[in-house]
Design a protein around this ligand. Sequence first.
Ligand SMILES: [Zn+2]
Ligand SMILES: [Zn+2]
Length: 230
Amino acid sequence: MVLDTILVRVVFPVTGVGLALLAEARGWGLFNLAALPNWIAVAASVVLLDLAIYLQHVLFHAVPALWRLHRMHHADLAFDVSTGLRFHPVEILLSMLIKLTVIAALGAPALSVLIFEVMLNATSMFSHGNIRIPERFDRVLRWLVVTPDMHRVHHSILPRETNSNVGFNLPWWDRLFGTYRPKPAAGHEAMTIGIEQFRDWRELRLDRMLLQPFREDVGPYPMGRWDGEK
Ligand SMILES: [Zn+2]
Ligand SMILES: [Zn+2]
């Protein structure tokens, strides 16, 4: 996370909020062209930014070369808050590029970008939390936000489970686009966390994680590759 943060600061001349302010001043993007009430532009931008992150996450699961980068997040053998902070630096740079493009294209108000960033950081830590939420409460809560029980399915070793529950924050996209899976087949206690490659704890060393995209084959994980059995 430290490495990712430093890299983004060094590589990009602006932050998301900075670019939103610039777009507003220059009249770039959809919401800066359309004369909508501000609160509608803010609310719509927050939801659309979240949709963009969902679609980007699907992309990283679908394209084999991108999966090689993203699988570092899935190589964690445990599932806790620290999992939510592990992303390959190249993935982070690509996501930042995509996010900035979406912000400029939407003409997202700066306030919406700020709300979105705070919300995504908080919910990403929550959805990776190693916590138990009573099932009845979870069933209601997962209509509002992605819960740990929901996202844990996404960290299963089974490709068909890895490729479900792709949302990080708002839980509706998975239901809308058919990637929702209520629970892991083996149950939360017995399910195996991680991916088939990199099962050794030594793989969780920083230097090894950074090299993971270039090692081992891509396996059965990219969307559309797995057979019915897996
Ligand atoms: Zn993923
Ligand atoms: Zn995750």
